[in-house]
Design a binder for this molecule. Sequence first.
Ligand SMILES: [Zn+2]
Length: 280
Amino acid sequence: MWSVEPPTFTVAETAALCVRGINNRMLADRVRAAREVLTANSERLRQAAVDNSMHTLTEHSCPLGQGLSAKNMEWLYTSQLARQGRPARAHYDSILRAALHGLCSYCQYGAAKTLDHVVPKSRVPALAIDPWNLVPCCGDCNHTLGNAHSDQPGEQLLHPYAMPPTGRWLFARVREQIPVTVEFRAEPAPSLTTLLQQRIRHQFEALKLGAYFARVVAQQLTTTSRILLRHWTAADHQTVRTYLRELAEQEALLDVNGRRAVVYEALADSDWYCHTGFRG
Ligand SMILES: [Zn+2]
């Protein structure tokens, strides 16, 4: 649920690079001939990403080029675009490099090492090599999402290349017990449209971000408690709270939905943590 700069090249350009790696002349000719169909499909995808209708995309609304099969499209992706050493791999790598801070577009935690098909290629094979359907993501998110695709408007993924303003949506609460842990939740602003709120909540659940984030902030929690113990043991709870709020504000300048900011805020909000929790 983080915005990423979209690719600057078109599906026609990606298809042309794929063709350069194909030895089978008949297949190469079919891919060349499909240029206009693939371009029209790409336009449909972009429009759908903007007007919240990605759930309506099907293999009928995005047809394959003449003579091309779903298997051909799958092969073009795995054996050309994604394969090291093939000419089209340059586009794959270019999409990866666009990842915000080099991190996953869906969780902003894992390294972006793979590409996810926003609309699964099993559902709409014609979009298998479309740069606008490929976003940098981590292995965990790619695995968690699998081939899931819903027909429900509220269950569309938010497309990183057409991300609407979401404002703050990530919040956390301290579980007041030792060892200190936090629970994350998605709480979109009521000022957002109902549909956008649904999509944010759904994406948070679908990616299991709550459990994922709770695991990955363990080190931040340990370090924070250690620093407080070393430097702030004699301080009153209000001083501890002020220090944590300052950390939260600094982190939020980088990203209002950043895990670290949200955790510091939750710690500052907890009377229990500021009084005794950090002492373990
Ligand atoms: Zn991820």
